[in-house]
Design a protein around this ligand. Sequence first.
Ligand SMILES: Cc1cc2nc3c(=O)[nH]c(=O)nc-3n(C[C@H](O)[C@H](O)[C@H](O)COP(=O)(O)O)c2cc1C
Length: 361
Amino acid sequence: MLYWEDGELIFENFALQTRMSADPLVCSILHFCGAWRTFREIASHLSTYDESSVLTTLGQLCKNNVLERSDAERDPRSVGMESWANWNPAAGFFHFSTKDSDYSPDPAIAFAELKRRAKHDPMPLPLKSYSRASRTRLPSARSSGEFAEVLKGRRTWRKFGAEPVRLEALAETLALTFGIQGWVDVPGLGRAAMKSSPSGGALHPIEVYVLARRVKGLKRGIYHYNAERHELEWMRKEIPRRTLERSLGSQWWFARGAFFVLMTAVFGRTQWKYDFPRAYRAILLEAGHLCQTFCLTATWLGLAPFCTMAQTDTKWEEWLGIDGVRESIIYVAGAGTRPTDVRDANILTIGKGTASRSARK
Ligand SMILES: Cc1cc2nc3c(=O)[nH]c(=O)nc-3n(C[C@H](O)[C@H](O)[C@H](O)COP(=O)(O)O)c2cc1C
């Protein structure tokens, strides 16, 4: 991708997450290299420049993955990108250029900065109103009953009890959120899975892995959830807490959760039917459906759920043994038991009264 940023022309290879600024002359080199060219051909194409400076420029372009050498081994991510062909550049650019964002190593500092900003630029209100419109008063909504209580009771928790989560509770959150309830035959196409969340084309691109830290009767470590057999498939040993904390945008409060569900997308499932980049939106929307179902189920079970998208993607993909191109991590949720010293979940504030640094020690 090419774009201007702060007056500089940026060349970005979003597949390999590299970017460089360069003179627009590079466009002419790239255009010329739309077909394989020898150095001699490029040098004579740029005959007004001396050969050594052309060589240096080509070296920089190769180093930044703006050009490829025919004799260099291709990065597996570039090869994998071929499966994204129909979704690129729009969806691929968004997905890959927003991977592995930098998060503040100290969320408390970032939060203090936000509070300073709110003094002159207050937090926006999350509602809209048409003051001049005629109004229809609605019947009051039922707010009691188990279903309503669960909906109203869902909160993001940032403190957890020391008690482990029961294996049955983990099993129920997985089955009711990610489990396959049944299959239906789609004549001429194949078998489609049915789950508690909708899925575009019933293709269910989201896979789920579990990181168990404090689940009674379950060895700590990472598992894959087999959504048909309702089984956990062992993958690897657990992640030390400090490393886990760093891999969640330094959010020490979540690193204390009892278990995590790591939602990844297997893009090829959705790409099989929807060969246009807008379908990428379905992936994100579906992860949202599943995450809400997970949080509600966990709430129903009396657990303390949470979710975050501040994970360090590539690190998690390494731990999960996935390539990050055909399958990539999208969303992280989790839960613990409820703490005995807090009645309600804490609202989003870092410092006094919530999962503070001192609570971490
Ligand atoms: C996509 C998404 C990402 C979130 N990421 C974080 C996060 O990184 N850290 C965090 O403490 N809360 C995170 N939250 C939780 C929100 O802060 C929380 O939903 C919000 O403060 C409203 O509170 P409630 O969930 O208790 O109703 C996230 C929520 C969503 C939907």
